[in-house]
Design a protein around this ligand. Structure first.
Ligand SMILES: C[S@@+](CC[C@H](N)C(=O)[O-])C[C@H]1O[C@@H](n2cnc3c(N)ncnc32)[C@H](O)[C@@H]1O
Length: 165
């Protein structure tokens, strides 16, 4: 929820601490986010404020650093999600969707379906991966989901499409 204070600057609630999540490490994927309690579909998992790198700065420096494994496409450049947002691994059948909020410079992460205890919380990075996907299985529908996310300008529309199944 976003509230405007008297001076019109937004105050953004950060409810992430209500959910009991863990960081666990996988040999192939590195660190990832796991549920320790059941999470219901449509639950807001976390909100990550972003750090924006303008295109010029990113092209000159960022793309040659570790940042390139973590950044999201943004309106005017590339964005690093602060906090848990940078820890979600990729799955081509994701159980977590994300919505970029360009105006408030943050990303909201929402459960796309019910998530069980010990399940990893994964997002889709889209169709153009830069690493060997440890979870790929070549399923047609999943490939289609990835491609549609890559093509979509609208995170909300993509999430709706996945949730409608
Ligand atoms: C945004 S980071 C995710 C957090 C990362 N695992 C860590 O430990 O910092 C993205 C990186 O995680 C790894 N990764 C994410 N999803 C993966 C997957 N499905 N298969 C293999 N590696 C994955 C890749 O090395 C990728 O560059």
């Amino acid at each position: 929820m976003i509230e405007l204070m008297d001076n019109d600057t937004p105050t953004i609630a950060l409810p992430q601490h209500k959910l009991q999540l863990e960081l666990r490490t996988d040999e192939r994927k590195g660190r990832g986010v796991f549920a320790t309690i059941p999470i219901e579909r449509r639950t807001l998992i976390t909100i990550s404020p972003i750090l924006l790198f303008p295109h010029e700065e990113y092209n000159a420096h960022g793309q040659y650093t570790q940042l390139d494994h973590y950044t999201y496409k943004w309106k005017d450049g590339m964005a690093l999600a602060l906090g848990l947002g940078s820890m979600f691994n990729h799955d081509n059948d994701p159980n977590v969707g994300f919505m970029r909020d360009f105006e408030n410079k943050l990303i909201r992460y929402v459960a796309l379906r019910d998530i069980a205890v010990d399940e990893e919380l994964c997002i889709s990075y889209g169709a153009n991966l830069w690493f060997e996907d440890a979870t790929a299985d070549g399923d047609d529908r999943k490939q289609q989901i990835m491609q549609q996310q890559s093509d979509s300008e609208d995170d909300m529309a993509w999430m709706q499409m996945v949730m409608d199944g």
